[in-house]
Design a protein around this ligand. Sequence first.
Ligand code: CO
Length: 151
Amino acid sequence: MIREIVQVGDPVLRKKCDPVTRFDESLSVLLEDMKETLKDAVGAGLAAPQIGVSLRVVVVDVEEGYFEFINPIFVWQKGEQYGSEGCLSVRGKSGSVLRPSKVKIIFQDRNGDKYSLVARDFFARAICHELDHLDGVLYTDKAENIRDEDA
Ligand code: CO
């Protein structure tokens, strides 16, 4: 089901999300809703608080594929990249954000199985942006030159 994307100003976007402890049917439903909502919005990633659910769940849709990360944690972050970002919860804006160029995360899948993953370039940027959402951080907190996209 396509869910409404919460917009900046809603307190759910500023909360530290809770870890997922139950890998059950309701988690699968959440993930399917996030996938549909992200595809519909044509974004690179979506975090659960963006549909009003304060849980540590993100989905990322990039060149490398479609990924579900549950309880993701950084193992390390390396290098620097400077580039443009937008957010489905901050409509019509973009801004330049400094991010690591390469990251390693550990995470769980929808069954609770543990994995690790190394990402670089835009994939790393998308992961950093989405993981920030889980701690109530928006890219606009870090961005320079926030501008209207159609300006
Ligand atoms: Co965002």
